[in-house]
Ligand binder design. Structure first.
Ligand code: SF4
Ligand code: SF4
Length: 125
């Protein structure tokens, strides 16, 4: 009898589950997802790659002015946010984008280009 009552009660209620990916909930505050990179802000110091405990960041072209960009290997990333915390210019940040499913392994690598700010032109007199 108790079972029948429970069944009737549940039959009248809405399902608790969502039809993902057609329905989504807002990610909770503080969720650590995919990275974004602002190439203009990056000074090429390499601290993000140095602190990464999972060796998930590869600097392209070396450190400093030679650095042309970076790769972030999401398959290795622990989403610890240390790269963001150590970055002195706020060039790398984690977003709340948690949708990481891909069909090919190479799509688990984020490739970012670094765009150093244009050198200031001397003023003409
Ligand atoms: S979030 Fe952590 S593991 Fe992922 S790239 Fe940044 S420092 Fe490395
Ligand atoms: S993203 Fe930040 S920590 Fe990483 S190399 Fe650029 S400035 Fe340095």
């Amino acid at each position: 009898m108790a079972m029948a009552k429970e069944l009737l009660k549940n039959a009248r209620e809405k399902p608790c589950t969502l039809l993902y990916p057609f329905e989504k909930t807002a990610p909770p505050e503080g969720l650590r997802g995919k990275h974004v990179f602002v190439g203009e802000k990056c000074i090429g110091c390499g601290l993000c790659a140095r602190v990464c405990p999972a060796f998930a960041i590869e600097l392209l072209g070396g450190r400093g002015p030679k650095m042309s960009g970076m790769k972030v290997y999401l398959g290795r990333c622990l989403f610890c946010q240390q790269c963001e915390e150590v970055c002195p210019t706020g060039a790398i940040k984690l977003t709340t984008d948690y949708e990481l499913a891909v069909l090919k392994q190479e799509d688990m690598v984020l490739v970012f280009e670094r765009k150093p700010p244009e050198a200031k032109q001397p003023k003409k007199e």
